[in-house]
Design a protein. Sequence first.
Length: 436
Amino acid sequence: MALLVSLTLFTAGCNKGEPEGAPGAGKGGGEKKGGKQGGGEVPVLVAKAATKEVALELEVIGNVEASSTVMIKPQVSGELIKAFFKEGDFVKAGAPLFEIDKRALEAQLAQAQANLMRAEALSRQAQANVARSRAQLQYSRDQAARYSQLTKEGIFSKEQNQQAESTARAQQEGVAADMAAIESSKADIAAQRAIVDNLKVQMGYTTIKSPITGRTGTLLIKVGNIVSANSTDLVQINQIDPLFVSYAIPESKLSLVESRFGKSKIPVYALSQEGAESAVGVLSFYDNTVDASTGTIRLRATFPNPGRKLWPGQFVRVRTRLGTDPNAVVVPNQSVQTGPDGQFVFVVKEDRRVEMRTVTTATRSGQDLVIASGLAAGETVITEGQMRLAPGMRVVVRDGRPRDGKKGGGKKGGEGGGGEKGGGAEKGGESGRPKS
């Protein structure tokens, strides 16, 4: 009896260990008819390559720069006695910024003005001396003429005549000396006037004004400190309207820029890191040299910034629009994969087998990528399921809609892998059910 019970339990255990539906259950039902090595047809999502008009755009990362930056330095030395602004204020060109103690310069100016007045007085004195010397010269010449006539008549001796002539010559030299004194006094007046003018200019430097309209930064020297001419940094002002955005593009795109630059305005869009558009400007400059170390060339765009959406030093995404392509071939961006040999797509051929095709992409247009070469319009590419594919495998197209909590695998495939040859309910389901 014990032997009979043991045999019965052994038989029941063998029946339970046999896999249900062994001949054709679920995934194994279509093994002989499926793809290579029993993998079956791979369910995928697809899209067709289409043609549409797209904007030719380049998108890179750029850096915002102030259109003008000025470091304010004093032009005279002295005590800083007043600041007319607060750190971070916006100031207009010509607005006062600082005031430096001017009392020492006022004293120097008063002294220089006094010296100028003295030089002018000496000049007037020299002019009077010239007038007197000329009168004396005229008298001496007349007297010498009389002495010469009377000497001829024997009234005066030759010595008296010679003395009169010598006096006239001396007076003539005196007039020349007085004329030189006038010229000297004029030069002295010019020198004193230059000193006065220079001191007036120095006085003007005691009030420091903003050379540009912009925003002030940190106050580098506080009121009460002694500042030195042309060496002490006081504050930096950045002009932020307009602004520059500097960025680099690959040298291969330079021909696109050159073909349009100067002929029409090239719009440039500054985008935040989240993708929101911040400002619109125009391309205003591109460098004259390609950076040999990076293979890029530097560009600069000018942006009006009245709303102050951009800020110097900020990094932004820069989109440069270089025209449109009316017949661009586009595919969804998720269809383009990157491999060891570059970018590629899986193309579905008429027999539902896939081909791995190397492509060259151009620009991005929304959620699509523009294909420059390697793909023609109307060809079908795979957008989902590429990780399970290899060249030559067969695929079945899913509709992309969820069914019974899962993405559909085809009406005929059921849970067995979808597709007519994937071991679905019609072909392999019968043998997948437990035998009664």
